[in-house]
Design a protein around this ligand. Structure first.
Ligand code: APR
Length: 229
């Protein structure tokens, strides 16, 4: 069975990482135009680096939760061809044992040269004066996909959805496209669709089925059901 799983910030919420749009979320406390757009980075790179340095430290001190571990278990079961796509820029899926993980919004653990597009492991603290080690004059930025930029790996993700038997969205609000539209592509491909979330997302009506509750409970329960089939 071919399963495509899309995760969002909700799967990492119980690991202590804030989500974006829940009450008190990151986009309530910060202006995303300043922190998650190329224009914001050009205007004030120090502010953007401070934000991602803080997120990098928070992720470093966080642990994968039972939802991450359950997906890693599912990925290891050879009866299922699992494509794990995440909108998250943290590495909690990898630290739970998932491999591969497709980061469609990049990861803040990698630095990107705004000039030559060279990539290297991001230092704990990135600073506006950091320059690219390859071309030496390009400005270093976090390798994350900002609003207005093209998500990564769609050439892998879209065919996987087109051939999937089951599409599962976990902990995502269904606000940001193209990820929010994946459920329609899965339905068009004839796949069953399932939403696992704390509450109905903005795309809830597009799913065949849903289970609500904290990811650390709902995801392991769903995976155990699948693996005992
Ligand atoms: N268990 C399961 N789901 C949860 C939990 C939890 N413990 N806590 C919150 N959620 C759900 C919320 O109900 C919501 O649907 O997680 C979702 C979080 O939504 P957002 O904060 O919008 O995060 P996400 O959907 O990942 O955002 C998508 O927006 O800002 C951009 O690039 C950023 O990748 C991000 C994208």
């Amino acid at each position: 069975m071919r399963i495509v799983i899309l995760t969002g910030a909700g799967i990492s919420a119980e690991s202590g990482l804030g989500t974006f749009r829940d009450k008190g979320g990151l986009w309530e406390r910060h202006d995303l135009k300043d922190l998650a757009t190329p224009e914001g980075f050009a205007r004030n790179p120090a502010l953007v680096h401070d934000f991602y340095n803080m997120r990098r430290r928070t992720v470093r001190d966080a642990q994968p939760n039972p939802a991450h571990h359950a997906l890693a278990r599912l990925q290891k079961d050879k009866r299922y061809a699992v494509t794990l796509v995440t909108q998250n820029v943290d590495d909690l899926h990898e630290r739970a044992g998932s491999d591969p993980v497709i980061h469609m919004h990049g990861t803040h653990l990698v630095a990107l040269c705004a000039g030559c597009a060279h990539r290297w492991p991001a230092p704990e603290e990135m600073r506006p004066q950091d320059r690219c080690p390859a071309c030496s004059d390009g400005v270093a930025r976090p390798d994350v996909v900002w609003f207005g930029e093209t998500p990564y790996h769609l050439d892998e993700i879209l065919p996987a959805i087109a051939e999937s038997d089951l599409f599962v969205a976990i902990g995502t609000s269904g606000v940001v496209y193209p990820a929010a539209g994946f459920v329609e592509l899965a339905t068009e491909a004839g796949a069953e669709t399932l939403e696992l979330n704390l509450e109905p997302s903005y795309r809830a009506s597009a799913f065949d089925a849903a289970r609500f509750g904290p990811a650390s409970e709902v995801v392991p329960a769903w995976v155990d059901e699948i693996l005992s089939a």
